[in-house]
Design a protein. Sequence first.
Length: 194
Amino acid sequence: MAKLPDPVTPLTPEAQEVYDELVSSRGALHGPYRSLIHHPELARRVGSLGSFLRFGNGALPGNVRELLILTVARKIDSPFEWVMHTPHALKEGLPEDVIESIRQNKEPSVLSPLQADALKAARCVFDRRSIPKDLQERLIEAAGIKGLIELVVLAGFYQMIGEIISSFDTPLPEGASDPFAGAARFNCERGRAT
């Protein structure tokens, strides 16, 4: 098991300051930030970017942001991210059938043009491919160039967060069950899906 020791007690003065900052914007220190707090300055910087992307009046509408986060969570099989963001997605107006389609690795049937284009662009990010010019132009028209850049950073950021979660065996919140139970997962020791 790769789980790190609980960092909450005792905290160094620097870690306590970062802990307080993170708790003030998130309400609690959980998930990847419990691991990151072992490196307070890194936790501060990651937390700052995460706060901007989630709470900072970004260029992307909330339903697009949460659609992308859930898509990343499913793409990298991150149950923690999925469990934490499904309520936010519902609150932002993402329909339950769209959420369920993503959970089942199916193409959602009803998306707005911006949501559909955002998913196409996110897939380019996942595959490390250039976003086609016509798709870039549609996204810039719908969300502005800031929205396009934010989309790419958001997809990369949540992939990074998912890797922190999986690398340090971050447990699901109490009472939550694995939404991807039974699905094939990548095994780092075997180098393939198991």
